[in-house]
Write a protein that binds this ligand. Structure first.
Ligand SMILES: [Fe+2]
Length: 177
């Protein structure tokens, strides 16, 4: 994999990822609108091209990051991003104050809501990362109700089943109910 850190090309790809992400969101919103208006085919075209833009953005992401790490590390990375929740809360409080100063009280409330939602995300990723690091993702200290996300089979046990006896799927399909 090429090392492009610190180059103008890295900067260009980074900018392109942001633009593609924004354009993709726009296409998805337009897709929902087209669906609401009953234009199913046009909605599909919006969504299909949003998918493609995201694929292109992901290709760019893989180039500037030199590939993608394994899930264990990715969970830790995201948990770290959210770890500074106090910093993020300060940021949103600042945005909220700016909105009030701009006379946009309703938007100030939106930032408060975003802050609360992200706090929930921070907790979820921290919990997932911890359980992965401590090898507790499929092995718990106490009994849990494990549910197969494919067929709905469930079993109460300390460990997730290795294989689902109903649909034959692997352990990765189980979640704690
Ligand atoms: Fe199953």
């Amino acid at each position: 994999m090429l090392d492009i850190r610190g180059t103008k090309t890295e900067e260009n790809i980074d900018k392109d990822i942001c633009e593609k992400a924004k354009l993709s969101i726009r296409l998805r919103i337009y897709g929902r609108q087209a669906e609401k208006e009953g234009y199913r085919y046009i909605a599909d075209i919006f969504n299909e091209n949003a998918d493609r833009l995201e694929e292109l953005a992901m290709a760019g992401y893989r180039i500037i990051n030199g590939g993608v790490n394994e899930t264990r590390e990715n969970l830790n990375t995201v948990a770290q991003i959210f770890a500074d929740m106090e910093g993020r809360n300060d940021m949103y409080k600042g945005y909220s104050d700016d909105a009030v100063n701009d006379g946009l009280d309703e938007i100030a409330d939106v930032f408060e809501n975003v802050m609360n939602i992200e706090t929930g995300m921070a907790e979820k990723f921290s919990e997932l990362s911890e359980s992965m690091i401590n090898d507790r993702f499929y092995r718990r200290d106490g009994e849990e109700k494990w549910e197969c996300m494919v067929c709905g089979y469930n079993k109460t046990d300390r460990n997730a089943p290795n294989i689902c006896p109903v649909c034959g799927g692997g352990r990765g399909n189980f979640r704690v109910r």
